[in-house]
Design a protein around this ligand. Structure first.
Ligand SMILES: Cc1cc2nc3c(=O)[nH]c(=O)nc-3n(C[C@H](O)[C@H](O)[C@H](O)COP(=O)(O)O)c2cc1C
Length: 476
């Protein structure tokens, strides 16, 4: 790498029908990728061509056929270790991150699978640890009545990761003796029992897979609770976050980084990567047209109540063709937010300022601002646009719409402002947007010296600049 500038980390999240709720309805969308090896191969190789740090396989351990109206990705989710192994075989450099819901997993099996994947990919495996959302029907697939509460599931996750790390590191690297004359294959003293006994697990070890090439498995984590923030501060190399606004993400960034010291870690030991979705075209106009086209696929008819309920802003008796800014007094809402922040004193600085402002003012000003921004010309946005925006709201972030330069500007500005350390790319549909990101946005980021022009290493820890750090519990 020629540049000494701080470098963006970029992941690619595979969702076969894309991240946007309705963009799969475009004529050019490819919707046959759910379980198609060719589709997976092509998209993984495109991400590797784009020099991404990693290919991210999300997970779900439930299936809800009725939810197919909400998103084509909800019903099916191909199994992560299997796809990870397939990805390892057809790529050479890109990291491969598998998501595991640890609440419904066993540490020995997980350590075994991840160490195996790290060997087969020659040091490119990462584990995304999630704990599951209460109210989802996953527990019904695992002989459980309910999903554990937050305190219990994170206590389990903490002990799980402690044991996982110990198992992954339970063999020293020089176990092979290969003494054919004396018949000694390996040195048993190089394998260490972990003899763990805790609240949830009693595990002897060692693992029956040698220590993986990376020495440890990089951990990714996402969650919204205080317990999630602490678990991540203790174990995670990457935190996957939402993107809300400059202010929200600056506060979030400082909050998360500020927790690392408690665990003897530096601010640079963990990266924060929000999900990032976009509509990118050769020109800004082309991107905006595409964005408008997919917004209009929304099935619901205009409903002022949906807008009011979502934003917490009462709009009264308006028509779908009315312009939002003719009705909503944006300046007044902004003043209310400032007043709310002052009333709340310092307490909202630490965690997600706009969430706290939302609690005080009862409205989602941040979402309204994102919506006005996404359409490009705030004055022209109608209530119909806003309703479609609300109906398609993806949860983690709103799309950035524009040409390659516009999208790169958006990323660069926020990266330099330390709102995040990189992005996890969620293409809105398959397959053109991922290719467009690689062809139109990546060269712009490279030109600015904030993204690699070739892979300098071939392990995930190496790509992240975290190579060689070993944090396992030392076994007896
Ligand atoms: C930005 C973000 C992305 C997430 N992605 C996934 C995912 O791919 N798979 C999954 O099972 N859960 C995912 N989750 C859920 C969390 O990992 C976690 O299980 C959930 O938020 C419950 O934890 P909490 O109580 O700390 O919020 C995600 C959460 C957030 C905030």
């Amino acid at each position: 790498m020629s540049s000494s500038k701080r470098q963006l980390k970029i992941g690619y999240s595979i969702w076969p029908t894309g991240h946007h709720r309705t963009a799969w309805r475009l004529p050019e969308a490819v919707n046959t990728g759910t379980a198609d090896p060719d589709f997976f191969a092509e998209t993984i190789l495109t991400a590797e061509r784009g020099l991404f740090d990693y290919f991210f396989i999300g997970n779900s351990v439930k299936s809800d056929p009725e939810s197919s109206r909400a998103s084509g990705n909800e019903v099916f989710k191909i199994e992560g270790y299997t796809l990870g192994g397939y990805a390892a075989a057809i790529t050479r450099k890109i990291g491969i991150v598998v998501t595991i819901n640890v609440t419904y997993s066993d540490p020995y099996n997980t350590a075994r699978a991840m160490a195996s994947l790290d060997h087969l990919s020659r040091g490119r495996a990462g584990l995304n640890v999630v704990t599951g959302i209460s109210g989802s029907n996953a527990s019904g697939n695992f002989s459980r009545e309910t999903h554990p509460d937050t305190a219990d599931k994170y206590a389990w996750a903490d002990e799980f990761l402690d044991v996982f790390n110990a198992l992954v590191g339970s063999w020293e690297d020089d176990w092979l003796v290969d003494d054919r004359r004396n018949g000694v294959f390996l040195d048993p003293s190089k394998g260490h029992r972990i003899n763990h006994t805790g609240r949830f697990f009693k595990i002897a070890g060692p693992l029956n897979v040698p220590r993986p090439p990376q020495g440890r498995i990089p951990i990714i984590h996402a969650g919204t609770s205080e317990q999630s923030f602490e678990l991540g501060a203790k174990y995670a190399d990457i935190r996957f976050s939402p993107y809300r606004s400059c202010e929200w993400n600056r506060a979030y960034y400082d909050n998360i980084k500020g927790r690392l010291a408690t665990y003897g870690r530096n601010r640079d030991d963990q990266f924060i990567l929000p999900g990032f979705t976009f509509f990118v075209g050769e020109t800004t106009r082309e991107a905006r047209e595409k964005y408008r086209q997919v917004q209009n696929f929304t099935l619901n008819e205009y409903a002022p109540r949906a807008v009011s309920d979502f934003l917490g802003i009462h709009v009264g008796n308006v028509r779908d063709s009315d312009k939002v800014l003719d009705v909503i007094d944006l300046e007044k809402l902004r003043q209310d937010a400032v007043a709310a922040r002052e009333r709340a004193g310092g307490s909202i600085e630490s965690q997600g300022a706009s969430q706290a402002i939302e609690r005080f003012t009862g409205n989602k000003l941040w979402a309204l601002e994102l919506a006005l921004d996404a359409f490009g010309d705030p004055e022209a946005v109608t209530f119909r646009d806003l309703h479609n925006y609300v109906a398609n709201f993806p949860g983690n972030q709103a799309p950035v719409v524009g040409c390659g330069k516009d999208v790169a500007n958006w990323i660069e500005e926020r990266f330099e402002n330390r709102e995040f350390d990189g992005v996890k790319v969620f293409p809105p549909y398959s397959r053109r947007p991922l290719e467009a990101f690689v062809d139109l946005v990546v060269p712009e980021l490279q030109r600015r010296g904030i993204f690699r022009t070739e892979y300098a290493t071939s392990t995930l820890l190496g790509h992240l600049g975290l190579g060689g750090v070993k944090r396992q519990k030392v076994a007896a």
